[in-house]
Design a protein around this ligand. Structure first.
Ligand code: MN
Length: 733
């Protein structure tokens, strides 16, 4: 296997040769792949990869590529590209199987059983990426790249996907014109930058050149012909400088490979377009890459070169001490050669050169020991890679910023999800449906009731994963729930919920205050509508507030007694008013679901249908008890005025909690039977408590949630017929 060593090829020679083989010669076969495998894998691993091939071959049987070749030639080509980089057996098996699930309907589970978790995970990841890339091609490219990274919890997913796309680009000629343009655009927007991010430079430039050619065939052809013409003129100068460099290094005893560098078509095009340079200006520069054995030789080499030609000030860059975020390391310098010819050199070691070409994929070339912990593996691999890169620069001041940026690039802390419109939202890891709703808009957050994730209904607390499409269901009168605070992770959601709760609390307590005040006023045959509140401002001030709504709020939260306020208002508006008889007015109507200002006493657990009374409690609002509750009798004894008659409205919302006390004969499974009966009847279990009475009998206290008295009665009837249940009663303190 030859690396890119020819003098005019530079980085992409290896891949270009492969491409030429693909187009001209026969496509990759299992025999040619096996030869590749045997060059670096043992017999057992080679056999595993061959088994994956056999599986894929029979799964794809009867399918053909548009090129006319059997379908299996495609996964074979992908695997062969990865074998060039000496990727591990799992990556190669995944490459061979990457289209099997999607294109042949084979179950992923079968792949997991036959080839293990790692391979199944990679195949699944590659399929998911394909689906997403296909459906949302026009979405924001930058976010898309990040999303791809975030989705691939195993970096091999990306590498396989890149090799997959590479083969498709090399055979793009058979596609229709429209398809070619679309695929090429996508390659330029997504795949080339991702390859660059991972330091896979050889892939990046081949993607760019192939896509450039597909998008702008005429421009590509013009530049190619110009390059060919220029090369003839440059040949002599190129060779002369190369020789001078070699000799100068040899004189210092430095053994180096000196390679002439060639710009690829797309970069020439970009330079002409972006930097407004003429073709001549770009081609005037002579580029060389010098590869040496060790790190310190790089700096010695630089010294020799700077001695030979005059360096251009300000153009020296030390990417060895401070590597690029994708791991790239080199010394760069610009010089002025004989007759004023501009020269650019890159100096690096063999190891740096491999990373500069293959990036993250170069990792497998060096490390092939086995790890068993599949989950940790990808992280460890990336970390090792980072460490390896970092090791190379130990002599320099190691900057943790670099390590951080590499890590963030490979494993972002964010999740990227789609809105129904195909926009991508970035959320912190762990974000849930409610976080998403608030990220869209505070109004959406405040009124959300449920979410669809990839068209499946999910609870609001559902954590999101990259690549999912999220759709929020809202209801106009829905409000934020205090429980949400326990699972949201974004500041925006937190702030939104708090603000929403405050407004809701206030509007609910104002509404309750209005009901209570009207009820008190009704005793004097009047109502709020009859009072001229503008003239009653001084009464508000007595209570320490300025507005009518503030007074109602205080009544609703139990800070003020409605009767007291009513008396003061009536007295202020009518001097002849005499203190009224209290508590004759009709009951306050309770419809349930008023949660924020109406509380149901835990001692007796009132449910709709029970006769109820209430009392105002400071800061809590109206607390509702069952009429016969011992605690309400106590309140009644302390002060008659605090009791407020209440009744249920005909329709109630929500669930109500109450207590049951059940005597059971101890036997295995009895608690489970109680629990399943309760659940069967669509009631909820809030809490369950078991006390031993004696050796035979236990007392079980269950807190259940039911809709109303009828529901509760039905539940008790069903529990009573369980054979081990001795007695059952509802607990009202
Ligand atoms: Mn494919």
């Amino acid at each position: 296997m030859s690396r890119a060593t020819s003098s005019d090829g530079y980085f992409s020679t290896r891949l270009r040769e492969a491409a030429a083989n693909d187009e001209v010669a026969a496509p990759a076969t299992i025999d040619s792949l096996t030869d590749q495998l045997r060059s670096y894998l043992d017999e057992a691993d080679t056999a595993r990869v061959r088994a994956a091939h056999a599986f894929a071959e029979s799964a794809h049987e009867g399918q053909f590529r548009r090129t006319g070749h059997r379908y299996i030639t495609h996964p074979l080509a992908v695997a062969s590209t990865l074998a060039e980089m000496r990727m591990d057996p799992e990556a190669l098996m995944s490459a061979l199987l990457h289209d099997v699930v999607e294109d042949t309907g084979t179950e992923l589970q079968l792949i997991r059983e036959r080839f293990g978790d790692d391979v199944a995970t990679i195949v699944d990841g590659v399929s998911k990426l394909s689906t997403i890339f296909r459906s949302k091609a026009e979405a924001q490219a930058e976010n898309f790249q990040k999303m791809a990274m975030a989705m691939a919890n195993d970096i091999r997913v990306i590498v396989v996907k890149i090799a997959d796309r590479m083969h498709n680009m090399r055979t793009i000629g058979v596609m229709s014109q429209a398809q070619r343009k679309r695929i090429a655009r996508e390659t330029l927007d997504l795949y080339a930058p991702i390859a660059g991010r991972l330091g896979m430079h050889a892939f990046k430039i081949e993607f760019e050149d192939l896509a450039f050619e597909a998008l702008y065939p005429l421009r590509a052809d013009r530049i190619r012909r110009a390059v060919r013409a220029a090369r003839g003129n440059r040949k002599a100068v190129m060779r002369e400088i190369k020789l001078a460099l070699k000799n100068a290094l040899a004189a210092e005893g430095i053994d180096a490979r000196v390679l002439g560098r060639q710009k690829h078509l797309y970069s020439i095009y970009e330079k002409m377009k972006r930097q407004h340079k003429s073709f001549g200006q770009i081609m005037d520069v002579y580029g060389y890459r010098i590869v040496v054995d060790r790190l310190d030789t790089c700096y010695r080499t630089l010294g020799v070169i700077h001695n030979l030609y005059k360096p251009v000030s300000g153009r020296f860059k030390d990417y060895i001490a401070i590597p690029k975020a994708n791991g790239y390391q080199s010394l760069h310098s610009s010089l002025v050669g004989m007759h004023g010819v501009p020269i650019e050199v890159q100096i690096r070691t063999e190891a740096m050169d491999t990373i500069a070409t293959d990036g993250i994929a170069s990792h497998w070339k060096y490390k092939s020991q086995r790890d068993t912990d599949a989950v940790m593996r990808s992280q460890r691999k990336a970390r090792e890679w980072v460490e390896q890169v970092v090791d190379l620069k130990l002599q320099a001041d190691s900057s943790s910023e670099f390590v951080e940026s590499v890590k963030t690039d490979l494993f972002p802390d964010e999740v990227y999800v789609f809105t129904p419109d195909g926009d991508i939202l970035e959320l912190p890891r762990g974000a849930c449906v409610v976080d998403f709703a608030y990220a869209v808009h505070t109004g959406v957050g405040n009124t959300c009731v449920a979410g669809h994730v990839d068209r499946q209904l999910v609870p609001l607390s559902q954590r999101l994963e990259s690549g999912q499409t999220v759709n929020i269901i809202t209801a106009p009168d829905a409000r934020p729930n205090p429980d949400w605070l326990s699972f949201v992770v974004t500041g925006k959601a937190r702030t939104g919920i708090r603000a929403g709760l405050k407004t809701n609390q206030r509007s609910a307590s104002i509404a309750l205050g209005r009901r209570l005040l009207n009820r008190a006023l009704a005793e004097a045959d009047t109502s709020m509508a009859d009072l001229d509140f503008r003239r009653l401002r001084k009464v508000f001030r007595e209570f320490g507030v300025r507005k009518r709504d503030d007074v109602l709020d205080l009544i609703g939260t139990g800070e003020l007694m409605a009767y007291v306020v009513a008396q003061r208002l009536l007295a202020a508006s009518n001097p002849d008013f005499e203190a009224m008889e209290l508590n004759q007015a009709g009951p306050v109507a309770i419809r349930g679901g008023e949660g924020l200002v109406i509380k149901y006493a835990r001692c007796c657990g009132p449910v709709p249908g029970d006769p109820i009374v209430g009392h105002m409690s400071k800061g809590k609002g109206l607390v509702v008890h069952v009429e016969t509750c011992a605690n309400i009798a106590e309140v009644r004894r302390r002060s008659r005025t605090e009791i407020i008659p209440t009744r249920w409205t005909p329709e109630q919302e929500g669930e109500f909690t109450t207590h049951l006390s059940i005597e059971v004969r101890q036997q295995k499974g009895v608690i489970a039977e109680l629990a399943s009966t309760i659940t069967e009847l669509d009631a909820g279990i809030e809490d369950i408590h078991i006390e031993e009475r004696n050796a035979v009998i236990s007392l079980v206290r269950v807190e259940v949630s039911v809709r109303d008295r009828t529901h509760l009665a039905r539940l008790m009837r069903r529990l009573r017929v369980i054979p081990s249940v001795q007695s059952i009663r509802r607990v009202i303190a």
